[in-house]
Every structure is written in C-alpha cells, then in structure tokens.
Design a protein around this ligand. Sequence first.
Ligand code: GAR
Length: 213
Amino acid sequence: MKTAILISGRGSNMEALLTAAADPDYPAGIALVLSNRPGAPGLDKAAARGIPTLVVDHKQYDSREAFEAAVTDALADAGAELVCLAGFMRLLTDGFVERWRDRLINIHPSLLPAFRGLHTHEQALAAGVRLHGCTVHFTRPAMDEGPIIAQAAVPVHPDDDADTLADRVLAAEHRIYPLAVRLIAEGRARVENERVLVDDAAIPQTPLINPAG
Ligand code: GAR
C-alpha cells in the first residue's frame, strides 16, 4: 500500500515506519515524506534512506485551504493510498480530513480519549494516572478523535518527569505505528460504526498492573 508520512519535526515515528517498510515482507511502502517545516530534522533522515521528501511550507500560503491543496497535490502525485501523520503539528481542515476519511491516521502520545492536545505527559503526571501510553487512530475533524486502531500502555514510575515518561511512551509509539499500518495495509483493520474491527487480532491475556505489589 503506497503510504505517505506527514511530519513537522524529529521524525522518530517516521523512522520506525521506514524501518518496517524496508522489510520486503511489509505490506506498505513509503512513497513520500512531506514536511510543513523546511528545517524538520526528519527530512534529512528520510532522504538518507533514499525516500522522496518534499517541503510544503505552510508559511508560503495565504490560507489553510491553499496549503492543504498543495499537500493534496503532492499526495496525489505520490499515488498515496494511506497518509500517516507522525508528529505533524498543523491542524487540518474538516475538508482535508473528510477527503482522506479512513485513509488518514495519526499517532497521539496518550491513551485516548484521555489527554488530548499538547503536553500529554505533563497532563498524565498531573492527573496521577498509573498507566499512560499512546494511540494510533483514524483521523476525524475533531482534534485527537477518531476510531482507535491500536494502543500501548506503559507504567508511570514514581520518579518520572515528563521527559522520562515521554521516552517510555515513544518506544511504545515506535511499535504500534508500524503495527497499525500493517493491519490496514493487510486489509485486516476496517472501520464499522466508528469502531475499528481487526481480523485475526492477537489479544494479550494478562493485565498491566501498576503498582504490581
Ligand atoms: C510523538 O510523540 C507523537 O506522538 C506526537 O509528537 C511526537 C513526534 O515525535 N504527536 C502529537 O503530539 C500529535 N498530537 P516524532 O517526530 O519523533 O515522531
């Protein structure tokens, strides 16, 4: 499945997807990495792996719609069938999201629907939750909403700060994003009544309990 990745920065989730897609058995190939920010470090990382990259700088456009029209053209040129938001920090219009309905996915650093928006690790620490995590979901017009494809939970440690917690969550992000793309590309994940059904899903049998004793 021809896949495009939209980034704004570091691109570590993009790297996880590129690594997965480098396996000939992986059912998705990365046709384009597009950044709205010219200096995004992820661009060089993708180019170093021989992946086509493109900058569509939102600052060069008068409106969100004009910016998104340029992004849409680039995605069409690349033949993208699936679009992955990976640390893409621009809000998208309803028109763009609806155009890509069920073909546009996002990774968010919390167990949605908890902790939408920014600073999710600070939010989790402030709430005192014992388990935190990350979510890959189909994108809908409302921010950080949409049918959930995969989630990973990690324990919050008593001495965590936002950085240590972010590192633990990020390692989990790098596992579930390639998994979610694989499920979609294999045709095993589909949206029905705004929930995702996964064919032949392997379900873990043990709870993650924190504190463990
Ligand atoms: C990731 O933690 C991702 O979940 C988050 O930004 C980071 C990007 O890192 N995304 C959001 O907060 C979107 N609401 P990366 O550029 O190294 O993948």
